[in-house]
Design a protein around this ligand. Structure first.
Ligand SMILES: Cc1ncc(COP(=O)(O)O)c(C=O)c1O
Length: 420
C-alpha cells in the first residue's frame, strides 16, 4: 500500500527537529530561561526587517499584546475578516474590545476592501489584515481605507512568514504585525509567536507588557517538547494496525500533548497557558526551524506548481467549473502554507481520499474555525459574511509541506481528479 499522506500533524518536523527536542528534553535547566527568545527576536528583526520584535508563547498572545497597547474600551470595535481562526477574535475579546467581521474576496480568501468600507463605524479603532494561507492581502488598498478612518493597522502573518508583496515582506506594511510558530504554521515550535513593529511608541508599550508577562512553567514546556517526538512516532506507525492513531488519541486524552485550540477558547474564553513570554526551549526550536525557512517555502512553491499543472484540466474547464485553483495577484509571493482549492464536492473528495490514506486538511470549514467554535460567543452573526460562509463549505486544502514529494502531489491530484 502507498504511504500515508498527512496535511496536518506536525508537517514541518524533520529528524533534526526531533533530535533537538530530545536533547532539550534532557536539559531541563534550559527549558524556561535562556537567551534564545532574544536571539529569535533579533534574527526576525534583521530579516523582516523591523525595528522591534517581542516573543510570546503564541501568536494569539502576541496579537492580544499588540491590541492591549491601544487601551481599547468595551464598545470599541476591531475589524477582522471572517474565514479565520478563533484565536483572532478571541485576542480582540481578551483585549477588552468587540470583533466586527468583514467578508472576504472569493478568489484570494483575503479581506474585501468593499465590505471593509461598509463595516467601519465611528467605534472602529483597529484593523487586522490577514494574509490567508500565505497569500498576501491587498495591503495598500486596505491600509489606505484604514488610514482614512484613523485605524491602527495590524498584519496577521500567522500563515505568511516569507510572503512578499512588491518585493517587501508581509509584516512590514502596517503599524504592527504578528507571526505564529504554531505546530502547523510556516515554521513550528509547537507554540510560539512574535509581535513586530517599527513604531517606537508601540514598541515601548509592548516592551513593558512583555516584561510584565510571566514565563510558562516547566511542565508546560516539557509537554510542548514532547509533541514533535510523539507525533513523529505516531505518524511513522499510523497505518501499522492503527498503532500510531492509538498513540495520538491516548496522548491527547491523557493530556501528554497539547491541543492547538482548547475547549475554553471555542467559547471565547482565555486559557491559563496564554499571556506568557516565549520560553527558551521553544525559541531554540523556532530558531532551528527558521534556518530552514527558505527551503520550506521554496518547496511549498514547487509543490503548488505541481498541483497547478495536474489540476489545470478541471480547474480551468468550462461552465460550473468543478475545481477552482488558488489565485494570487501579480507582484506577490504567495508561500502556499496549504494549496487551497474550491469545489462544491469538498466533503466527498475529503472522504474518498481518506479511504486511500490521504488525509486532506479541514482548516476553515466554518467561518470562525475550528469546528465546535460557538460562533455567537465570538460575535459572529450568521449571514453577515456570505462569501466566507460559502468558502468554508467549498474549500479543501492540499498539503505542501517538506514531506510531500512531487510524486505524492501527483498522486493526490490524480486521486482528486478521479473523485471530482
Ligand atoms: C489566521 C490566524 N491568525 C492567528 C492565529 C493564532 O496563532 P497561534 O496559534 O500561534 O496563537 C492562527 C492560528 O491559530 C491563525 O490561523
Amino acid at each position: 500500500m502507498a504511504r500515508m499522506i498527512f496535511t496536518g500533524l506536525s508537517p514541518n518536523v524533520e529528524r533534526d527537529d526531533v533530535s533537538l527536542a530530545l536533547r532539550l528534553l534532557v536539559a531541563p535547566w534550559a527549558w524556561v530561561h535562556g537567551t534564545a527568545s532574544t536571539d529569535l527576536e533579533r534574527t526576525v528583526c534583521a530579516w523582516l526587517p523591523a525595528a522591534h520584535a517581542f516573543a510570546f508563547e503564541s501568536g494569539r498572545t502576541a496579537l492580544t499584546a499588540i491590541l492591549s497597547t491601544l487601551g481599547l474600551q468595551s464598545d470599541d470595535e476591531v475589524l477582522l475578516q471572517a474565514y479565520t481562526c478563533v484565536a483572532v477574535p478571541n485576542a480582540v475579546l481578551w483585549s477588552g474590545a468587540r470583533p466586527v467581521y468583514v467578508d472576504v474576496e472569493e478568489q484570494t480568501f483575503n479581506m474585501s476592501p468593499d465590505d471593509l468600507e461598509r463595516k467601519i463605524t465611528p467605534k472602529s479603532k483597529a484593523l487586522i489584515i490577514q494574509h490567508t494561507f500565505g497569500n498576501p492581502a491587498d495591503v495598500d488598498h486596505l491600509s489606505a481605507i484604514a488610514k482614512r478612518h484613523g485605524l491602527f493597522v495590524i498584519e496577521d502573518c500567522a500563515h505568511a512568514l516569507g510572503s512578499e508583496s512588491e518585493g517587501k515582506r508581509v509584516g512590514t506594511f502596517g503599524d504592527a504585525a504578528f507571526f505564529s510558530f504554531g505546530r502547523d504554521k510556516i515554521i513550528s515550535s509547537v507554540f510560539g509567536g512574535l509581535a513586530t513593529t517599527s513604531r517606537d511608541d508601540t514598541a515601548e508599550s509592548l516592551r513593558r507588557l512583555q516584561s510584565e508577562f510571566p514565563l510558562p512553567g516547566r511542565g508546560w514546556v516539557a509537554r510542548q517538547l514532547s509533541h514533535p517526538v510523539i507525533l513523529s512516532v505516531a505518524k511513522a506507525t499510523y497505518d501499522a494496525m492503527g498503532f500510531g492513531k492509538l498513540i495520538l488519541e491516548a496522548s491527547k486524552r491523557l493530556h501528554v500533548i497539547s491541543k492547538a485550540v482548547t475547549p475554553l477558547e471555542k467559547r471565547g474564553e482565555r486559557p491559563s497557558f496564554t499571556g506568557k513570554r516565549m520560553p527558551n526551549a521553544l525559541a531554540r526550536l523556532a530558531l532551528h526551524q527558521f534556518s530552514k525557512l527558505e527551503r520550506f517555502n521554496d518547496h511549498r512553491l514547487m509543490i503548488a506548481g505541481v498541483y497547478d499543472r495536474e489540476l489545470s484540466s478541471v480547474a480551468t474547464s468550462g461552465p460550473g467549473r468543478p475545481v477552482i485553483a488558488p489565485a494570487s495577484s501579480p507582484g506577490v509571493r504567495h508561500v502556499f502554507l496549504r494549496y487551497t482549492v474550491r469545489t462544491p464536492h469538498a466533503e466527498k473528495i475529503r472522504r474518498a481520499l481518506k479511504q486511500e490514506g490521504i488525509l486532506l486538511g479541514d482548516w476553515y470549514d466554518v467561518p470562525i474555525a475550528p469546528p465546535g467554535v460557538r460562533q455567537d460567543l465570538v460575535f459572529y452573526r450568521p449571514g453577515s459574511c456570505p462569501v466566507a460562509e460559502r468558502l468554508a463549505t467549498e474549500s479543501l486544502n492540499l498539503p505542501t509541506d517538506i514531506h510531500i514529494t512531487e510524486a505524492d502531489a501527483r498522486r493526490i491530484a490524480e486521486r482528486f481528479l478521479a473523485t471530482v
